[in-house]
Structure formats: structure tokens, C-alpha cells
Design a protein around this ligand. Sequence first.
Ligand code: AMP
Length: 299
Amino acid sequence: MAPVLKGPSGADGQSILITEINEVRERIAAARTSPEIVVSLVPTMGSFHEGHLSLIRAARAESDLLVVSIFVNPAQFGPEEDLEAYPRDLQRDLDLASQEGVDMVFSPSETEMYPEGFETYVEVGAIADGLCGQGRPGHFKGVATVVAKLFNIVRPDLAYFGQKDAQQAAVIRRMAADLDFATEIRVCPIIRESDGLAMSSRNFYLTEDVRAQAPALYNALVLARESVGNGETDAAKIRRAMRRAIGQNYLLEFEYARIVDPDDLKPVATIDRKVLAAVAARAGKARLIDNMLIDPLRR
Ligand code: AMP
């Protein structure tokens, strides 16, 4: 068994807050006192909710040294997107991280991550083109680049991502395999509110009336699962039904409803194996996404 380092090692049992790349590297190198030490990373943009905490808990259970990064990554926001408005609350996040036994919180500045002269990006392939890639050009390039940087900074054995952002998880898996990162990617289930709405930091933007209609995305996915459970195999029919279910809500602006392969995200026409149903809609200032893995063989 590896020596156990578990738990925050900062003063007063707080997670240590680190803002510089060199310091993270030094501290991790110092903690890797044996080859069995498992270092884990949970990359986030902060403003924690139960979705983030579920990743942190899964990582805590499997690792000796747990690093959580908090960085609102400008490279993944489009020019018209909500970079400035994105909710931020570092002190609250630090308190929650400490309660969950996170060892280090790495929260660099934009210039620490993207100093003057920065110009190298990860070029993502076709996996980033469909679904959210269509409406958010350049988004996954920004995500892959920051995750590659974080992997190189932390060199984690394990990294945790949420199924909530299914395309992001697929892009990162692809990148880790293609670029030979030694990090194993773990994907954790979607955490939802009691009415089915997938938790998201951006739910903070929802006004009461929009919030009331927001569970329509989850309900559309449940409808799709039921339909497959009843023997429907025609993906186009199910897509139309999901679209209708979302479109009935006048405050939601339907964006897409797709049935794709869970690994390469290519469209599936006939549902004869496990598929990913994915939906997106604009809801006031927020954009909602949700998805569900559906297996026709497990009714
Ligand atoms: P974010 O801070 O939104 O970039 O999210 C950080 C990580 O938490 C990503 O891997 C997300 O997929 C994951 N995550 C966000 N919301 C949820 C959720 N509701 N359930 C599970 N994981 C989530």
C-alpha cells in the first residue's frame, strides 16, 4: 500500500491554494515519494455544485494526492459568450474543497496559463465538430488545450470528468489516447436536481419562469429511453419526439436533439446498440445541455 497522504495539508486543515505552475510542480514532486502514490486531478471552472463535488469525492476515494483546478478558461469561450459574467466564488469553493479533503486547489491567473506570446493549441478532430461543436466553434480546441496544459503541469495518474459534458469527455479521452498522455480518464455520472435538471454553474442564470421549464431536456431524454425500451429503433423518430418535447416550452429555444455513438459521437440511424441521446436548448441567458446513455439491450 502507498503511504497515505490523504487530506488537506494546509494550515487549519484547509486545502492549499496555489496560483503558480512552478509551485504545483514542486509540491507534487515532493509528494511523489514512492511510485505507488496516486495523483488525481479534477479540472473545473469553479462555482462548485454537487456535480463538481461528486467528481471530487470519487477522486478522493481513489487517490493519495488530490488536486482540483479552478480556472475559467478564456480559450474555450467564444467572443459572444459569458466569460465575464461566468459565476466565480473562490472562497466558497476553497471552503468546500477543504471539507471534501482536497489537498491542493490550483487556481492560476489568465496570464499564468496564457502568458504573452502563447500561440500553441491542441487541434481537435471530427469528434469536436458535431453536437455543441457546431454552435460553439473553437470551444473544444480551447478545452483540449487547457486540459493538455493541466495534464502537463500536474501529471496526474487519474483525471475526472463529468458525463454531463459528454462531448468534452469524449474529446479528452480521444486526446489522451492520441497524444499518449499517461493519465487515465474517469467519467462520472450526471448529478441532477430533484426535478431532473442536470446541475450546472450556469443554472445560476435561470430566472424562475425559465427554471420551471428547464427540466424539459431531461424529460425529453426520459421519453427517448422509454421509446427505445418499447422497441423503437428509428433514431430520426426519437429525435423528432425529443424536439417536440423541448419545443412545447415557449421559453426554451431548441438547439439540437441527436442520437450518436457514445465514443466517436457519429450519428446513429438505427438504435441496435448502446447510444448517446444528447440535447441542447437556449434558456434565457443560459444554454442548457443534457444527455443520456440508452442501451436497447437493457430494457
Ligand atoms: P465545469 O466547472 O462546469 O467546467 O465542470 C467541471 C467538471 O464537472 C466537468 O468535468 C463537468 O463535466 C463536471 N460536471 C459539471 N456538472 C456536472 C453534473 N451535473 N454532474 C456531473 N458532473 C458535472
